[in-house]
Design a protein. Structure first.
Length: 639
């Protein structure tokens, strides 16, 4: 069966938008340096849809990452030019849209919300009004056939949501709400059924044409139909360039070097031709030699001027090429092709391209705060879990320590009650917040790499979004246990207790943030967190008496939020209380002050304890901010 690869595009080949020459990429391995990319040169133009193909391990993703300026580690050699000029990382990353293989989006948001937030963050308010941004979102939704799922959740992690193909299109849409110059997609069709995959490629092609956008994508075994959509092919094997040029001329090129197509699907033919056979050492050696010969043929072909079979019907890159055409049929019809033009294009003068200006800080903060608040609100398991924990706390603490009296037993009960309440104010906050921060970190990395917002606005918005979930449920918890346990009914003491609790929750959120940013590994954090917390609780002043603690470790209480908070709760509640003594009880506390003093918790006045706790919190937020900046800093290698 004959299959036609039809490229009817009329691409204006002027200045390549991206050109690269002699790209080599080395990584360090245990066996020494390993070259992943070998002398790759080429260029791409506005309006082109480019497929990067090759078998598994050929180096497709690596090449894509090197071109997109997203490679981490290793050494990159060679030259990459954007519009003929050296790339400015800051500008380039804002003019390049990178759609990663994993669709990193918040499952709790709807399609419409995801695209709107992206438009709000990426389109500068100085140039676009709110109406313009919404219009842009509508237009992207129309172009990507997403209008019907506007109010459907993205889903994922067990939650129902849009289909895989729709999710991929949303992922592309979040990048296309701006006007990038280059769209890069890493395996956008993987995991999709054939019709969804074809739709993604088709729509991408339409967008490239409509917007004069250069689109590069790595793709695994596209169908023959899909192959027709691509303008250009970059074929790799073992990190070597086997072919780069118009898709329409790939088959004639291989025929011209003695490899006529034997497969109705050109993609299968290209992969079969370049796959390394690992079935035996001999087979591997032979196929490696074969790949080396193919790479050398292409180098010679380029060096000799890149003569290709002239496309039939007198067309150029937009010609119709028959995949199974014999080489004899076209051999007499050679001309200089675009393959050669592509690689010998002279660099043009420096073109200064200005990326869109950034949004102002307040706008970023407000948009991120709205998004984070929605995320927190829609995290139902977290909200319900928090409410349940607060109810359980009210019931247990309130009824175990119900209506405390003024005898000696009530001294112990008050001490225990305040200690437990201090702990209860932190546990329900710390662990869920760590989880929420860590699960959103890959999206933070993606948005940071694209320079979508400043770290300070992200950090403040994230922190503020946690305050209501920390403060509101505990406000009710405090009121509940206060009256059930009958702490001292005194307005000043009531509000001082509130202030102390809020300071502790504030510090706990900072503590959670710092822990969540400590490492990328969630499992490590969930080992460190309980150990740290339980050891800090040791220094609260209830389980150990500071007077008897090993002197060299006593300083720990000064960095312990539980110590300040417990000390303030104890002084606040016990201050002014009088207790009755039984005649037969030799150990008897007559005043609350005696109790506090016996626990060594009267070292600092209440006000100072609250202020120090707040300062500790500010210190933890500062540490968390620095860790966030450090963690989220893209460490890409630029050439
Ligand atoms: N940092 C690295 N350290 C060691 N080896 C690496 C590194 N990056 C890539 N490689 C190796 O380079 C080769 C090319 O990897 P790459 O991910 O680019 O291939 P690919 O063509 O995208 O493969 P696939 O289609 O399977 O995703 C692979 O053999 C891979 O193991």
């Amino acid at each position: 069966m004959l299959v036609q690869i039809d490229n009817t595009a009329d691409i204006q080949h002027s200045t390549p938008i991206l050109s690269w020459s002699d790209l080599n990429y080395d990584v360090k391995t245990k066996q020494g340096a390993r070259r992943i990319l070998h002398d790759i040169s080429g260029n791409v133009y506005n309006g082109e849809l480019v497929a990067i193909m090759g078998s598994s391990g050929a180096g497709k993703t690596t090449l894509l990452n090197v071109l997109a300026g997203r490679v981490q580690g290793g050494r990159v050699y060679g030259d990459i030019k954007f519009h003929g000029a050296k790339r400015n990382p800051h500008n380039f990353k804002r003019m390049l849209a990178f759609v990663e293989q994993d669709d990193l989006m918040f499952p709790q948001l709807t399609v419409g919300e995801t695209l709107t937030v992206s438009a709000e963050l990426r389109l500068p308010s100085s140039k676009y009004t709110k109406a313009d941004k919404l219009e842009r979102v509508e237009s992207v939704m129309r172009q990507l056939r997403l209008t019907h799922v506007r109010d459907t959740g993205i889903g994922g992690h067990g939650a129902r949501g849009v289909s895989g193909g729709e999710r991929k299109r949303v992922s592309i849409g979040t990048e296309l709400v701006t006007d990038p110059s280059i769209l890069v997609l890493d395996e956008p069709t993987s995991g999709l059924d054939s019709s969804s995959a074809e739709m993604v490629v088709s729509l991408t092609k339409d967008m490239s044409r409509e917007r004069n956008l250069c689109t590069l994508m790595t793709i695994h075994q596209p169908s023959a139909e899909m192959m027709k959509k691509f303008d250009k092919l970059i074929l790799l094997s073992q990190g070597k360039l086997i072919y780069m040029g118009p898709m329409s001329q790939a088959i004639p090129y291989f025929e011209s070097i003695g490899y006529p197509s034997t497969n109705p699907n050109p993609a299968n033919f290209f992969i079969d031709l370049t796959t390394i056979d690992f079935s035996s050492d001999k087979a591997m050696q032979e196929s490696e030699q074969h790949v080396q010969a193919l790479a050398e043929s292409f180098t010679k072909f380029r060096e000799s001027g890149g003569l290709l079979p002239k496309p039939p019907f007198g067309a150029s890159s937009g010609s119709i090429i028959t995949a199974g055409l014999s080489s004899n049929a076209v051999a007499s019809n050679y001309s200089k092709s675009e393959v050669n033009n592509d690689i010998t294009q002279n660099e043009v003068d420096l073109v200064l391209l200005e990326p869109p200006p950034m949004n102002n800080w307040m706008h970023e903060l407000w948009t991120l705060l709205k998004r984070d608040t929605i995320l927190v609100k829609r995290n139902r398991s977290f909200t319900l879990g928090l409410i349940a924990q607060c109810l359980v706390t009210i019931i247990f603490l309130g009824f175990v320590f119900f209506q405390l009296k003024h005898d000696q037993a009530s001294v112990q009960n008050r001490v225990g009650f305040l200690f437990m309440f201090t702990n209860f104010c932190t546990f329900p906050v710390i662990f869920p917040i760590i989880t929420m921060i860590m699960t959103g970190r890959s999206i933070l990395m993606r948005e940071r790499s694209a320079g979508v917002y400043r770290m300070s606005s992200y950090f403040l918005a994230k922190s503020l979004s946690f305050f209501p979930i920390g403060f509101v449920p505990f406000t009710f918890t405090y009121i509940g246990v206060y009256f059930l346990s009958h702490l001292q009914y005194d307005a000043a003491k009531f509000f001082i207790g509130f202030a102390n609790m809020y300071a502790l929750i504030f510090t706990s959120i900072g503590f959670s943030f710092a822990l969540a940013m400590f490492t990328h590994d969630m499992e490590v954090v969930f080992i460190i967190a309980p150990i740290t917390i339980s050891n800090l609780i040791l220094f609260a002043g209830n389980l150990s008496n500071f007077g008897a603690v090993t002197p060299v470790l006593r300083w720990i209480k000064y960095i312990c939020m539980y110590y300040y908070s417990y000390s303030a709760f104890m002084q606040n509640e016990f201050g002014g209380l009088k207790f009755t003594c039984d005649a037969d009880n030799a150990m008897c506390y007559r005043t609350g002050e005696e109790v506090v003093s016996s626990y060594n918790l009267d070292e600092l006045p209440i006000g100072l304890c609250i202020v120090i706790n707040l300062c500790l919190g500010i210190g933890l937020y500062t540490l968390a901010y620095m860790l966030t900046r450090w963690m989220a800093k893209p460490r890409y290698i630029w050439i």
